[in-house]
Design a protein around this ligand. Structure first.
Ligand SMILES: C[S@@+](CC[C@H](N)C(=O)[O-])C[C@H]1O[C@@H](n2cnc3c(N)ncnc32)[C@H](O)[C@@H]1O
Length: 329
């Protein structure tokens, strides 16, 4: 039996939350993720296939674990005329989180979500979630919005973190970790970036037109070039996500002079961030393997978490778990 506290990793994605908990001294004993491509990355890095649909899990059959962790997709609850109970969340993925907590009664949980969860459906979504966790499941719940840039990665990524403890384990105010350190975007940039990451003259001309059109309409939409001395914007899936995090990198581009395709590249040396740079923006170590296509990799890292924020929270959670164990031993 593991002497370390244990976690079960739900909505596991590529295991960013698991990685953070492992770095904070936990052992993972279970993983669940529905997406096959995330499964490939997960297996390559953690040696197990997390394949599964949370809605199909029989909670009674799960192994025991100390902490439930998961960044569940945010969905609306149909609450009109209801009493905002746990049963009203039926049919959403939060319902599956709640029913697993109800059956397994782990000592603690960490739920991660977009900052917008607070304002979602005029505040009703978070209200239903907190009520289910507090009033019906009887956990001591705290939440905070933390920004990844305050924990050592150069990314402006605000996320909501909901931490709960079984009241017999910890019934005080959870001390969310405060800002620790800052870093600059320059510190995560690759040095020799392949030509394919540089934008073609033709594409850049199209992007400029697009930006001008939106500016004329009074919108701020369009590509953006980052200052390496500052932080990146939050990496997100789809839309203008990659265009809003461009880098001017004449050093790398010049090394490709004379290569096939060089002439077609833009003269301003603008390029996209690479999948490895996405990984670094989320605090994944360079030993983390990327076995999928670039399109999948961008999506997987954008959907993942800033690992150092998870490490900081998990360390605080571990302190409470360890001190409660000492009291009961
Ligand atoms: C925001 S991502 C979480 C990413 C994860 N925290 C990480 O570090 O990579 C949510 C994940 O939930 C998964 N998911 C959605 N529906 C699911 C279901 N029914 N069962 C299991 N996983 C599901 C998605 O495939 C997605 O990877």
């Amino acid at each position: 039996m593991s002497k370390k506290p244990t976690v079960a990793d739900f909505f596991a994605g590529i295991g960013g939350i698991r990685l953070g908990f492992e770095q904070a001294g936990f052992d993972a004993v279970y993983s669940n993720e529905i997406d096959d491509f995330c499964g490939i990355t997960y297996k390559e890095n953690f040696g197990i296939d997390p394949k599964g649909d949370i809605t199909k899990i029989n909670a009674e059959e799960l192994p025991d674990f100390d902490v439930f962790v998961g960044g569940f997709p945010c969905q609306a609850f149909s609450i009109a005329g209801r009493k905002l109970g746990f049963d009203d969340t039926r049919g959403t993925l939060f319902f599956d989180v709640a029913r697993i907590l109800k059956t397994k009664r782990p000592k603690a949980f960490l739920l991660e979500n977009v900052k917008n969860l607070e304002g979602h459906e005029h505040g009703n979504t978070i209200k239903v979630i907190l009520r289910a966790l507090r009033a019906e499941l009887d956990y001591n719940v705290s939440y905070a919005v933390l920004n990844a840039k305050d924990y050592g990665v150069p990314q402006n990524r605000e996320r909501i973190y909901i931490v709960g403890f079984r009241k017999d384990v910890f019934d005080g105010m959870f001390p969310f970790p405060g800002p620790s350190k800052r870093s600059k975007l320059a510190s995560i940039l690759e040095k020799n970036v392949p030509l394919k990451y540089f934008i073609s003259k033709k594409r850049l001309a199209g992007m400029k037109k697009h930006r001008a059109r939106h500016e004329a309409m009074g919108h701020g939409f369009g590509y953006e070039v980052l200052d390496p001395e500052k932080t990146a914007k939050a990496i997100v899936v789809g839309g203008m996500g990659r265009e809003r995090n461009l880098i001017k990198d004449c050093g790398s581009l010049r090394k490709h002079e004379g290569d096939a395709g060089f002439e077609a590249k833009n003269d301003e040396c603008l390029r996209y961030l690479t999948p490895r740079e996405y990984a670094r923006l989320q605090g994944f170590p360079d030993s983390f393997k990327i076995p999928v296509s670039n399109a999948q990799a961008y999506k997987q890292f954008a959907n993942s978490v800033a690992v150092p924020v998870i490490v900081a929270i998990a360390k605080e959670m571990r302190k409470e778990l360890v001190s409660s164990k000492k009291q009961t031993d």
